[in-house]
Design a binder for this molecule. Structure first.
Ligand code: UDP
Length: 241
């Protein structure tokens, strides 16, 4: 089921359903693009039609975070859970290992994707990895594109920061069967940024944990109350007019 939240179409797939769709794309050799849409991106897309088009033209747009799950429910649509970039990536590894997929990590500071590959490979030795860091110039981009094309990944994970990674994936289609924007996931996989403990994640206050750990993010997080307000306004308009 799909629902439009502030102009962005969100799929209500669960994690298992999202993984299944990606598996089918890889097996069927059809290229798909996946966006994990967080409140910040959805909010910004109201004022940026190019961004809205990039999000809405993706094949799968997941609800990244409890704020988006809440928004979907406010609009009267059922949704089981959030599907964040890092959780999706971690849910893909077991199947990727069984199917011996090839996965490319693009993004993060120099050394981070490499460290992430090392850590993940030790748990999932049947996956073949390649990687590039995310601080390249426009001149260096051609070499990266060649490296990815030569590697022929099944899955291309792009962690260049939102929304740059979403634009980048749209501008470079067909590099892999599944192209996914994953934000800071390589930092989490490498262990350079710690995720909130499971208990805090389950309480749905991971955003608060991140705010305390990375206080410079506070400005980004001021979007959340505005996002929630706009969603209530959308619901009000739907009911009234
Ligand atoms: N990043 C990058 N190249 C850049 C800017 C950022 O590879 O030019 C990476 C950065 O190292 C980090 C990620 O993008 O790993 C941050 O993305 P975002 O802020 O979307 O992630 P979030 O923290 O929201 O998951």
């Amino acid at each position: 089921m799909r629902v439009t939240v502030l102009g962005v179409t969100i799929d209500t797939y669960s994690m298992a359903e999202t993984v299944e769709k990606i598996k089918l794309a890889v097996q069927g050799r059809t290229a798909i693009r996946i966006v994990t849409a967080n409140p910040e991106m959805i909010y910004a897309s109201q004022y940026n039609p190019d961004l809205r088009d990039v999000l809405n033209s993706a094949d799968i747009i997941t609800a990244d975070g409890i704020g988006v799950v809440w928004a979907v429910r406010q609009l009267g649509v059922q949704i089981k859970e959030r599907v964040t970039g890092i959780d999706l990536v971690q849910s893909l590894f077991p199947i990727a290992n069984t199917k011996k997929w090839r996965i490319y990590f693009l993004g993060g500071r120099p050394g981070v994707a490499e460290l992430a590959v090392k850590k993940v490979s030790s748990d999932y030795p049947a996956i073949t990895f390649s990687f590039s860091h995310g601080y390249f110039s426009s001149e260096e981009e051609a070499d990266i594109l060649k490296k990815i094309t030569d590697f022929q990944p099944d899955v291309l994970l792009v962690g260049l920061g939102a929304p740059r990674q979403e634009f980048w994936l749209k501008e470079h289609p067909g590099l892999a069967y599944a192209g996914i924007g994953v934000g800071g996931s390589f930092d989490a996989l490498a262990g350079t940024v710690q995720r909130a403990p499971k208990k805090i994640q389950d309480l749905h206050v991971e955003w608060l944990y991140r705010l305390l750990k990375e206080p410079w993010r506070w400005k980004r997080q001021t979007v959340l109350p505005r996002f929630l307000f706009e969603v209530l306004w959308q619901r009000f308009k739907l009911k009234t007019f």
